[in-house]
Write a protein that binds this ligand. Structure first.
Ligand code: C5P
Length: 223
């Protein structure tokens, strides 16, 4: 089963407050993008990688992949306005004979072989998509714009999902062709009637949103 990875790195990352896109914010010595790129390239599960760079940053992304010696990078394309557009652009570079695709956020640098193995395994049992997640432990409240609590939502059966998310390539292509509204690929597959399974994620798959997140992940890498 040929496994392709689409690494989406085209977000602006405005909440980091930098003058370059989030994927090029520094995590230690290297751009944030370097960590997940190196890990996917080193993974025994992954055959080829498509990098989706911020528009205008395709060349620095290719140079970075070359510097890191990431020989599995097959293409680097520019992203779109929404995450789903970026995934669509990346998926267009995945050949028709690919069976499985991993879609991963460059904003989650600490992707591991263990989690990749966990999300790929159920695809051969007939699942259309598999996502890593963590059970929600905080109490959930729906809050109005004025800060007033509208409702307390039961956390029973609620999971916070992460990436890498694994899909049968044909299923994800069809789902993304008909839906752009979901905030993750699994949401598009669910909307198209696909069966999606959740497996154990990893707290270390924290998504970088703020400078504090970057500092926290840098400290985990130093530990
Ligand atoms: O914005 P958010 O943090 O949810 O983005 C998750 C991932 O999707 C990030 O790695 C980001 O670079 C990517 N993304 C993208 N194209 C967009 C928006 C987000 O590739 N238009």
């Amino acid at each position: 089963m040929a496994v392709w990875a689409v690494l989406v790195a085209a977000g602006r990352g405005e909440r980091l407050g930098l003058d370059q896109p989030k994927a090029f914010a520094k995590l230690g010595e290297d751009p944030l993008l370097a960590e997940s790129l190196r890990r996917l390239d080193d993974s025994g599960w992954v055959d080829a990688i498509v990098v989706v760079a911020p528009p205008g940053w395709e060349e620095p992304a290719i140079l970075l992949a070359e510097e890191l010696g990431c020989g599995k990078v097959s293409a680097c394309v520019g992203g779109g306005a929404e995450r789903a557009d970026s995934v669509r652009n990346g998926l267009a570079e995945v050949p028709p004979d690919a069976v499985a695709v991993l879609v991963h956020d460059a904003a989650r640098p600490l992707v591991s072989d263990e989690v990749i193995g966990r999300v790929l395994a159920p695809l051969s049992e007939g699942w259309d998509g598999v996502v890593p997640g963590l059970p929600v432990s905080d109490t959930l409240k729906r809050v109005g714009a004025d800060g007033a609590v509208v409702a307390t939502v039961s956390r029973d059966g609620m999971w916070a999902v992460q990436t890498p998310q694994a899909f049968r390539v044909d299923v994800l292509r069809r789902a993304l062709a008909s839906d752009g509204g979901a905030t993750d690929c699994a949401g598009s597959v669910e909307a198209a009637g696909g069966r999606v399974k959740v497996v154990a994620g990893d707290v270390r798959l924290l998504k970088v949103t703020t400078a504090d997140d970057l500092a926290k992940i840098a400290s985990w890498l130093r530990a």
